[in-house]
Design a protein around this ligand. Structure first.
Ligand code: ZN
Length: 392
């Protein structure tokens, strides 16, 4: 029987900025509500687990002490603004708000809790739905992210288990923070699929960002064309990731499952549907089973269509993790309540029907461009990884 832990406590919704900020924690509460309504969390094989806080030394394994101190000071005294800007604090993306240090270290602790439950064998898989803050840098907040829970989890896995970590990132934005924090480290293979930095924040994630020093070859980027749809996204993921896993032989997989590649997402230009996240999660589960004894840690991430997309996309991620086949139809009264709250039409099914959105007029051109990108990535990366694999 598949076992999976869902890391959650209401306090995780305290990671919030100003009213109207795109990162809306309501999306997390709505996902939890939906999973409860569908009977998908809280039973024996799929417990809800309370997060712990990340400890100071765990945060310092990833972030500069001066940066942590700045977050702590800003958190306690948001009005005293001098010196925050150098750390990316007080910007439009990362406003200074009271309590942000504790909120961010609880989110990081949630992803560490997920890692603990998986590595101690209490469950095979775990979902840290509030985590996935992949833009945070060593000494700089960025892109709504304060502390980088993903890099922290990678360091924790290395320190406590000597684990080789395969980091997969399917958020529509490049997983730049994790990449730069692990750029010289062959112990973490970072693989990011994202809308090309030519069109989207943070403007990085090109195929020649391959790592440095001992980490050269262990940073993989697949910049996708704007308007990429499900089949092309999944073709790229399904072509490359199994080959990379076979070459790298990870001990554990860490997946950032941000769902902002959806066509309804207001911040990006990809045209995917909720089904993509089910397909990606199922394939990642298979790879974790094949190479890692099942060990898989998944986080949330981006996702700014809080009512129309996020609960449905992450319900599919969680269903795949716990090996359940959820009913496609959503409870009608739940949809009605969301419609009243948001003023938006709520799609009535978990999976978007094939004809829900008009096809991209440039579909075949985009598919060809993405195929060329994957071919170029394979040519660059696989000889490096395979060569080193033979040397072990
Ligand atoms: Zn994103």
């Amino acid at each position: 029987m598949t076992t999976a832990a869902f890391i959650w406590a209401d306090a995780l919704a305290s990671y919030r900025f100003t009213p109207g900020h795109p990162l809306n924690p309501r999306r997390l509460q709505l996902t939890v509500e939906l999973l409860e309504r569908l009977g998908l969390i809280g039973d024996t094989p799929a417990p809800v687990v309370s997060p712990r806080y990340a400890a100071d030394d765990e945060i310092a394994a990833v972030h500069d002490v001066a940066y942590i101190e700045a977050v702590r000071t800003a958190s306690a005294d948001p009005a005293q603004r001098a010196g925050y800007a150098a750390f990316g604090l007080g910007s439009e993306d990362v406003p200074v708000v009271p309590g942000m240090h504790d909120a961010a270290r609880l989110v990081s602790g949630a992803t560490l809790t997920a890692a603990e439950w998986v590595m101690t064998g209490r469950v095979q898989r775990a979902f840290s739905i509030s985590g996935g803050l992949h833009h945070a840098r060593r000494a700089e907040a960025a892109g709504f992210c304060i502390y980088n829970d993903l890099a922290m989890a990678a360091r924790w896995l290395q320190r406590h288990y000597g684990a080789r970590v395969m980091y997969l990132d399917v958020d529509a934005h490049h997983g730049d923070g994790v990449q730069w924090l692990c750029y010289d480290d062959p112990g973490v293979l970072t693989v990011s699929f994202h809308e090309s930095g030519a069109f989207l924040f943070p403007g990085t994630g090109f195929i020649d960002e391959l790592g440095e020093g001992d980490g050269y070859g262990y940073s993989v980027n697949v910049p996708l064309d704007a308007h990429t749809e499900d089949d092309s996204f999944f073709e790229c993921f399904g072509t490359l990731v199994p080959e990379l896993a076979a070459a790298y032989r990870p001990d554990v997989i860490l997946l950032q499952a941000g769902c902002d590649a959806h066509v309804l997402d207001p911040l990006t230009h990809l045209r995917c549907t909720t089904s993509l996240y089910e397909r990606i999660t199922r394939l990642t589960c298979e790879l974790a089973d094949r190479y890692c004894g099942g060990k898989l840690i998944v986080t949330g991430g981006g996702g700014y269509a809080a009512y129309t997309v996020v609960p449905r996309a992450w319900a599919l991620v969680w269903s795949a993790l716990r090996g359940a086949e959820p009913p496609d139809q959503l409870p009608a009264d739940w949809c009605r309540a969301l419609r009243l709250e948001s003023g938006q039409d709520i799609p009535p099914t978990l999976r978007d029907p094939a004809d829900a959105f008009p096809p991209s007029p440039r579909r075949s051109e985009i598919e060809e461009n993405n195929r060329r990108t994957v071919a170029a990535v394979r040519q660059q990366v696989l000889p490096l990884l395979t060569g080193w694999g033979l040397a072990f």
